[in-house]
Design a protein around this ligand. Structure first.
Ligand code: PEP
Ligand code: MG
Length: 324
């Protein structure tokens, strides 16, 4: 298996008709980085910065964060490393920053928390920018955005951090900035986001839960949480098409890209890059290498006409079996 992985690592993620699909990884701990490089990842599509925060007893300092981020950036340079600003609230708690709410998934989460605490946001952004000094492969991504004013505020804070650091003598470049599309309201504002940021990335885990009104962690309704739900597929296809129309790069970093069937459909929809957990990357790569864009488009066409997820699942399972 190890030899097979090594061979696959050096082979490109291209379809049989020559289309390259960049495969990125989702990381959190430094250990994820070497595993990802061993598997041939072409970048980090989602670095969950809350993970190093979760394993500590208090907020890491700017210097401490800078060192943590530098390791991710350095390991992948010059490949892109997409760092998401702190995404706490919902199901992600920091022991030293308790949030008590009746409806945490509809509450104080992600960008809502950090814009209310600009001191937390600024320290984190400064640490990212300093870590990127001399490397230049940092991309910054904003979680749980529902309105453009949040993007404007975040951009203003970023500009402020850059200006301050430059004044302090650091050589700082403005990195690419992106918005996560994981709240349904964000889906319908792509043109406005495209005027403000450089890329979007779909968080299909949250987008699915908010679209279907199904808690992603509640076992009682787990069978209602389905990636192949016709409404989910419609929204994902719409996002890719609309992103193309308004001219913004679009990737996906939810779990759907870690499933061979999901990856095939997403690539047919027109996603520019797929980000996934490192464990599944080799499997996704060999799936991509076994199929043409034409076949993937035909599959997508077929499943978009289906009226329930179970039928889609059957068709996808058969198609994957036929591909070997
Ligand atoms: C998502 O919501 O799809 C996502 C990638 O972010 P997280 O799973 O960390 O909420
Ligand atoms: Mg999310």
């Amino acid at each position: 298996v190890a030899a097979e992985l090594a061979t696959l690592r050096d082979l490109p993620a291209v379809t049989t008709d020559g289309k390259h699909i960049p495969l990125w990884v989702n990381t959190g701990l430094i250990a994820d980085v070497s595993r990802s490089l061993e598997r041939g990842a072409e970048g980090i599509g989602l670095y969950r910065t809350e993970i190093p925060f979760m394993v500590r007893d208090f907020f890491p300092s700017e210097y401490e964060q800078m060192q943590i981020y530098r390791r991710q950036l350095e390991a992948f340079a010059p490949l892109p490393v997409t760092m998401r600003t702190l995404d706490i609230g919902g199901d992600k708690a920091l022991p030293y920053f308790p949030i008590k709410e009746d409806n945490p998934f509809l509450g104080w989460r992600g960008i809502r928390v950090t814009l209310d605490h600009p001191e937390i946001f600024l320290v984190q952004i400064r640490a990212m920018l300093r870590a990127n000094e001399g490397l230049g492969n940092l991309r910054i991504m904003l979680p749980m955005v529902s309105s453009v004013h949040e993007v404007d505020e975040a951009n203003n804070l970023l500009d402020r951090a850059i200006a301050e650091l430059q004044e302090e003598g650091y050589i700082i470049e403005r990195p690419s900035v992106g918005v996560m599309i994981e709240v349904p309201a964000a889906v319908y504002q792509l043109r406005r986001f495209a005027k403000r940021v450089d890329f979007i990335s779909v968080g299909s885990n949250d987008l699915t839960q908010y679209l279907l009104a199904v808690d992603r962690n509640n076992p009682r309704v787990a069978d209602l949480y389905v990636a192949y739900h016709p409404a989910v597929l419609m929204v994902l296809a719409y996002i890719a098409k609309e992103a193309r129309r308004v001219g913004i790069q679009v990737s996906i970093c939810g779990e759907m890209a870690s499933e061979p069937g999901g990856a095939l459909l997403l690539m047919a929809m027109g996603y520019d890059a797929l980000s996934m957990n490192a464990t599944n990357l080799p499997k996704i790569k060999s799936t991509i290498r076994s199929v043409s864009m034409k076949q993937a488009a035909e599959l997508l066409d077929m499943v978009m006409g289906m009226d329930d997820a179970v039928k889609v699942q059957v068709v996808m399972t058969q198609a994957l079996q036929a591909l070997g």
